[in-house]
Design a protein around this ligand. Structure first.
Ligand code: FAD
Length: 472
């Protein structure tokens, strides 16, 4: 079958499915091709994010957080439990159900917006008639505009492929059938810390090994230190500055030889090992070489600031291009590209993409860190407010962490907001809005925030920039 469209999107993750919906909203005849299969071989749009990333990890983080609350914090509230157990199979089945609801939701959105969905691998055939021919299974589709949103996959250690039994990628880490006694994690990035947290909360002894000397180097140093202290208190062991040596798998588990930061030779013996050392862009199967689609040395598709590739009418968004590998970054690029195709001025502000770690405490930030401002030589003022002094946090029973504001020393414009503590993932949205409107810290300090709320800590941190907190 041959079909003509205005826009073809290859990949149905957050970058691709959102680009397809926006293109259809703008009146384009749009197709979205995605190859992800569910357990029955049927379509499962939503990409890494929906199937083995953001959504399932948050489902397991929620379940394990409930368990930890019941085990460690219910008693403070006077709630007694005769016994507590965890049915891992049921927890994983619930996670699978959440994933399915999201897959089905995207298929519904395609129908609602009249996006034609094709299940299979999309690959470039050739340039035709000022556009492109794309093959998917038996079908050949054509369109003037093609958006590539093929995402990324977990990077394996050299010579150590994922078997998803003992050596786990994010996929296997989300499917562990029983709480391991000992779990190793290589890589203390977002994924390693989130997955490590899930299984630690359920009772695994978790040890994280990280090659870099600094903990969460991309985060504000003060915030990273606070988080590291909290993780250590919980028993999540993180060893920095290590050099990984030979890794052996056997009937009993996995043995990781490594040198610690001081060069001492050590061995970590674990039942399972999660390897979370980064992700590689997905371009195999696209037939990129045949049409001359330019890739960089990492295998990412080369794009300009507006997501244009070197080929006319071919765009690329999300994890398959430069920039942070985050679902909301992919979505923003998808929307912007659809709008640019329509001749509008789609825009993504790369300086205002929030980062979140859904650990406990949660960590979230937007804008510049203190170390970045120092390196730039920019004069700034800082203000912090601890959750310890927030009434809602006390009532919740979670007073870990703080909110930190960084503002320009002269103009008071907010340059960065950093949060470690309860609901940081939700609180950061206020900072994003404020910074998008170029607000000053005084703007936030003068806005009425509901009492009692965690958001009052955001206001108080803004007040702290001018050294006039009211509750601390
Ligand atoms: C464990 C984990 C947790 C995460 N948590 C978060 C989080 O909390 N917040 C956040 O912002 N980000 C998170 N991420 C990152 C996030 O998942 C990615 O940044 C996001 O999914 C990228 O979206 P994308 O559309 O570019 O690609 P993907 O989501 O990878 O989607 C690409 C899709 O294209 C399909 N595809 C590839 N090649 C072809 C082809 N030739 N033809 C047809 N289909 C093809 C793939 O099968 C896939 O379905 C997490 C990632 C992991 C692994």
């Amino acid at each position: 079958m041959s079909k003509n469209f205005d826009v073809i999107v290859i990949g149905g993750g957050p970058g691709g499915y959102i680009a397809a919906i926006r293109a259809a909203q703008l009146g384009f005849a749009t197709a979205c091709i995605d190859e992800w299969k569910n357990d029955k071989g049927g379509p499962a749009p939503g990409g890494t994010c929906t199937n083995v990333g953001c959504i399932p990890s948050k489902a397991l983080l929620q379940s394990s957080e409930h368990y930890e609350h019941a085990a460690k914090h219910f008693a403070e509230h006077g709630i007694g439990l005769k016994s507590l157990s965890i049915d891992v199979a049921k927890m994983v089945a619930r996670k699978d159900q959440v994933v399915k609801q999201n897959n089905d939701g995207i298929l519904y959105l395609f129908k609602k917006n009249k996006v034609s969905f094709f299940h299979g691998r999309g690959s470039f055939v050739k340039a035709v008639d000022g556009g492109w021919e794309i093959a998917v299974g038996e079908d050949v589709l054509t369109a003037k505009q093609v958006v590539v949103a093929t995402g990324s996959s977990a990077r394996a250690l050299p010579g150590l492929p994922f078997d998803e039994d003992k050596i786990l990628s994010n996929d296997g880490a989300l499917r562990i059938g029983a709480v391991p006694k000992k779990l190793g994690v290589i890589g203390a990035g977002v994924i390693g810390l989130e997955m490590g947290s899930v299984w630690r909360r359920l009772g695994a002894e978790v040890q994280v090994l990280e090659a870099l000397p600094a903990f969460l180097g991309a985060a504000d140093e003060q915030i990273a230190k606070e988080a590291q202290k909290a993780f250590a208190k919980q028993g999540l062991k993180v060893e920095l500055g290590v050099k990984i040596g030979e890794i052996k798998t056997g009937a009993k588990g996995v043995s990781v030889a490594y040198a610690d930061a001081k060069g001492a030779e050590k061995t970590l013996d674990v039942d399972k090992l999660i390897v979370s050392i980064g992700r590689v862009p997905n371009t195999t199967g696209l037939n990129a070489e045949a049409v001359g689609l330019k890739l960089d040395e990492r295998g990412a598709i080369v794009v300009d600031d507006e997501c244009r590739t070197n080929l006319p009418g071919v765009w690329a968004v999300g994890d398959v291009v430069r920039g942070p590998m985050l679902a909301h970054k992919a979505e923003e690029e998808g929307v912007a590209v659809a709008e640019r195709i329509a001749g509008q001025h789609g825009h993504v502000d790369f300086g205002l993409i929030p980062w979140v770690l859904y650990t406990s405490p949660e960590i979230a930030w937007v804008g510049k860190t203190e170390q970045q401002l120092k390196a730039e030589g920019r004069a700034y003022k800082a203000g912090t407010f601890p959750f310890l002094a927030n009434g809602r946090a006390r009532a919740l029973g979670d007073t870990t962490g703080m909110v930190k504001f960084l503002a320009d020393a002269t103009t008071d414009e907010i340059l960065g907001v950093h949060i470690v503590g309860p609901m940081a993932s939700e609180l950061i949205a206020e900072a994003c809005v404020a910074m998008a409107f170029k607000a000053s810290s005084e703007d936030i300090a003068r806005i009425c925030h509901a009492h009692p709320s965690l958001a009052e800590s955001v206001k108080e941190a803004a007040l702290a920039v001018d050294k006039r907190t009211l509750n601390f």
